[in-house]
Structure formats: structure tokens, C-alpha cells
Design a protein around this ligand. Structure first.
Ligand code: PLP
Length: 366
């Protein structure tokens, strides 16, 4: 049996006609930049995130970059974040000229260890950027506590966690602003690149809107240097078709996770820890195993898709060597990078497929 890590064709088959019509509608109007589909999606994403405002973005990366630029973060500033994330989080901080400052992770959730943040604050710190990894939100109360005490912005990298909750509060609604990605492998995925920023602050909303159009308002008058950070209306149209399914798809992922959890109980497989404060959307189902690389090779040999998110923590990436970190500085992130692996968790997995994944994995572990 062949089981991919993610099967987008299975999902597309269920919504194909609607997607075709929605895309065709945009093409018929030839409103190919901005327009009603983008505005409608912004309104709906703000609503499901319990936020007043949303600003579309060309990708999750550009959502993060626009957030940092709109908050005026740049050279001479420091931004505290996690080393255990996708590159974009840290790449964007560095691209503004600010310095990424890493704090180690909680080994159970893989999210930033909120208790370690305050010790990393200096007079240059401007913001904290927690990442809600794999679909589960970071421990936001102590993060907000540290931010309030030191007057810092909080930018939530919620690229993997749209609609997930922490103490009943939605991802993106707790910090100064929150960033989503519509990369096709995210729970709400476009047919290409896309992203969005949500906020409850009207001034920040206005600045984000200006910065996404090269910092101009009115047109051709540039008070700021922004970028082209606009969401494509064809992507917005596809996302509007998918959005009503998001909760059910995430529910199905949680069902699949519980199925795995039951079968892995009393084995050497360490299943995901979900805090009682959180409802995860399981963008990834990441287990921890010893001899991880051999396990990955065994699964791949048996046609089971799996992936390592992420094999090299950010403080050890070659491009960030100038920051001066070395091996051993952030031991929990380094350990996780050696032991985690993601299994297929997508909504359309059948029981037979899950059983095959479990069988092949447990067979190898003995
Ligand atoms: C996917 C992702 C991003 C970037 O999103 P893109 O849409 O691919 O640019 C940023 N941060 C995290 C944690 C992500 O998983």
C-alpha cells in the first residue's frame, strides 16, 4: 500500500466543481488584483479568528515580513523566537535587519519555553515571536505577561495553527497580530501561495494595509518603504470554497491522531503531548522515536510518506552562523531535531491506511 504524507488530490476531488466555478468567476471579472474575493476572505478569516481586522498576504512568509515592517522593527532591534520552526519565522526577522534571539523549547510541546523568555530580554528587544508548531498554540499567558512587563509586541506565527485555540482563545487573536499561511500543505491550503495577518488594533491594521502596497497611500505617494505583499484573488476564491470545511477537516485529523495514540499506547513511540489548555488542529502528527533516521528510511521503503520537521534548528543554520550560536546552546531544540518525525495525518486517511502505518512502524520498533 502506498500512503503519501499528504494527499491533496483526495481533498480536491470533493470540492472540484466549486473550485472551478469560483476560479472562473474571478477570471470572468478580470479583477485580478485585490477585489471582492480578497475582501470577503479577510472578513471571514478575521471572524473565525475572533479578530476585528485581517489583511491578506502573498504568503505566510510575507504576512510575517509585513507584520515586522509595519511594527517598525529593523536594524538594532532584537526579536525573541524559537529555534525549532520553519525557516521563514527567523528569515523574516533577519531580513528586516533585526537580530533573532533564540530561546529553547518545551520538550513536550516543541513550542518556545515561555519561562525562559524574560532572561533573554534586553533593552534592544522589540518583540516576541512565538510559533504555534504542528497545530498547537504556544503557552501564551506567560508570553503576554513578559511582553506587557517589558513593553514588547507579540507576533504570533500561526502559519500551522489557523483556528486552533489556547484557553478558548483563537490563534492570532492574543498577540499584537497573528500570521497565517495558506501554503497548500497547511490545514487551509490555497492552490499556490497565500497568507493573512489578523489583528484587533486599528492602527496596526491601517499600517499593514499601507505596507502591503509598497507603503503607498494615496497611490504613488510613499511615506514608507513597503512591499508587494498582496493576496491573489484567485487564491482567495479557492480558499473561500475550502473555508467552510476547515473545522470538519481538523476534526478528522484529531480523530486520526486519537486512533494512532490508542495504538501507540504502551509502545516505545512517544505520541504528541497536547496541553489541556489547547485544542490542536494537527497540521502535523509528530512522534518521537530513537534511531529516528532508520525509522524514516524503513517507512519510506514501505511507501509510507513521512518527513522531519525540522532536522536542523535555526541557531545551527549556516546562514545564521554570524549570530554566534553553537551546538549545545539550545539542547531541547537540538534533541527534538534528532528525534521527531511526522506521520500521515490528513483527513482522508482510511482506517486501513492508518493500520498499515502503525503495523509497519511497530514491526520495525519490535
Ligand atoms: C509554512 C510556514 C511559514 C511560511 O509560510 P509560507 O506560506 O510558506 O510562506 C512560516 N512559519 C511557519 C511556522 C510555517 O509552517
Amino acid at each position: 500500500m502506498q500512503i503519501p504524507l499528504l494527499d491533496l488530490k483526495a481533498q480536491y476531488a470533493t470540492i472540484k466543481d466549486e473550485v472551478m466555478t469560483a476560479v472562473s468567476d474571478v477570471l470572468e471579472t478580470q479583477r485580478c488584483i485585490g477585489g471582492p474575493k480578497v475582501a470577503e476572505l479577510e472578513k471571514k478569516i478575521a471572524a473565525i479568528s475572533d479578530c476585528k481586522y485581517a489583511v491578506g498576504a502573498s504568503s505566510g512568509t510575507d504576512a510575517i515580513l509585513n507584520s515586522l515592517m509595519s511594527l517598525g522593527i529593523g536594524a538594532g532591534d532584537e526579536v525573541i523566537t524559537t529555534p525549532f520552526t520553519f525557516f521563514a519565522t527567523v528569515g523574516c526577522i533577519a531580513r528586516t535587519g533585526a537580530r533573532p534571539v533564540f530561546v529553547d523549547i518545551d520538550p513536550r510541546t516543541y513550542n518556545i519555553d515561555a519561562e525562559l523568555i524574560e532572561a533573554a530580554v534586553t533593552e534592544k528587544t522589540k518583540a516576541i515571536m512565538p510559533v504555534h508548531l504542528y497545530g498547537q498554540m504556544a503557552d501564551m499567558d506567560p508570553i503576554i505577561g513578559a511582553a506587557q512587563k517589558h513593553n514588547l509586541y507579540v507576533i504570533e506565527d500561526a502559519a500551522q495553527s489557523i483556528s486552533s485555540t489556547y484557553k478558548g482563545r483563537k490563534a492570532g487573536s492574543i498577540g499584537t497580530c497573528g500570521c497565517f499561511s495558506f501554503f497548500p500543505s497547511k490545514n487551509l491550503g490555497a492552490a499556490g501561495d497565500g497568507g493573512m495577518i489578523v489583528t484587533n488594533d486599528e492602527d496596526i491594521y491601517n499600517q499593514l494595509s499601507i505596507m502591503r502596497n509598497h507603503g503607498s497611500r494615496p497611490k504613488y505617494y510613499h511615506k514608507f518603504i513597503g512591499g508587494n505583499f498582496r493576496l491573489d484573488p484567485i487564491q482567495a476564491a479557492v480558499l473561500l470554497v475550502k473555508l467552510p470545511h476547515l473545522d470538519q477537516w481538523s476534526q478528522q485529523r484529531r480523530y486520526n491522531a486519537e486512533y494512532y495514540n490508542r495504538k501507540f499506547a504502551d509502545t516505545s513511540v512517544q505520541t504528541p503531548f497536547i496541553s489541556p489548555d489547547c485544542v490542536t488542529i494537527y497540521n502535523q502528527y509528530c512522534i518521537r522515536v530513537l534511531r529516528r533516521d532508520e525509522v524514516v528510511a524503513h517507512l519510506k521503503k514501505n511507501d509510507i510518506g513521512c518527513e522531519i520537521y525540522y532536522p536542523v534548528p535555526m541557531h545551527l543554520q549556516e546562514c545564521f552562523s554570524h549570530l554566534g550560536y553553537s551546538q549545545g546552546d539550545l539542547p531541547e531544540a537540538e534533541k527534538a531535531a534528532k528525534e521527531v518525525m511526522a506521520l500521515p495525518i490528513y483527513p482522508e486517511l482510511t482506517e486501513e491506511m492508518k493500520d498499515y502505518v502503525i503495523q509497519v512502524l511497530l514491526e520495525f520498533l519490535g
